[in-house]
Write a protein of this length. Sequence first.
Length: 311
Amino acid sequence: MGTLIDGKWQVDHVNSSVKNGEFKRQNSVFRNSIENKEGAKHPAVKDRYHLYVSYACPWAHRTLIVRALKGLEDIIPVSIVSPRMMENGWSFIDEYPDMITDSVNSANFIRDLYIKADPNVNGKATVPVLWDKVEETIVSNESSEIIRFLNSEFNELTGNDLDLYPEELRAEIDELNEYIYPNINNGVYRSGFATTQEAYEKAFKELFTALDKIDARLEAKEYLVGDRLTEADVRLFTTLVRFDLVYYSHFKCNLKMLKEYPNLQRYTKALYNHELIKPTVNLDHIKTHYYYSQRSINPTGVVPLGPELEF
């Protein structure tokens, strides 16, 4: 992987996101939004936007799920990178199964989009990327914000009134997100990318304390908040569906497998089998990316054949 410095790609010889042994996720670079209002810089219209994602990335996966739940497949087309991400970052040059190449910018790498949007850009070239074809720029690369405006701003076009962030549940959703993100969503990364024993053990203990807490919360409950699917479920699911497949072994999150948590396993299985969510899950891309690409953790790049999942 590498970093853009003043628009130039620099290959990282060490993980620049690790400081003092602890993994620190970098902030997103582009933070604009789509708005359904007159005079908006990025108005909610059909076929103006293009979504770039990886099936493997849990942050990008959030946007794919919300896109499906909100019926936006015909409104916002998608490109899907190869799971094999090496020194040039996310790419379209691999011809890996289930990829969808870039029909808008003919980019070879995700970093090409960042440079086109800002020739002097600094930071990681991450996914998701939501591209505005009229302005020829990136609207946003922050998944938590993308799923919010996908949820609300295109309803007049789709007639889809599903609300994943309802007003009466927002305070509870926000509170859960603020707990789950550092301890579970990013907790697995904080464990896997830690370079000191102290940093690893701290992240590991916080992760499993949080998993215990959320498993207890889901006792006799179908969803995290209220009796309906919300963005809190989407954000948690993308980590849980990867847990036994890659985080347990690859990231050394091996106190317990997800299937040993009765409520979390039931909950994950139900979401996985949701008719609109299941097509967004590509287990091959997920496993291939982590084991093949992350050579600082798995130097050989050998992708394991197991485990068998109980979804």
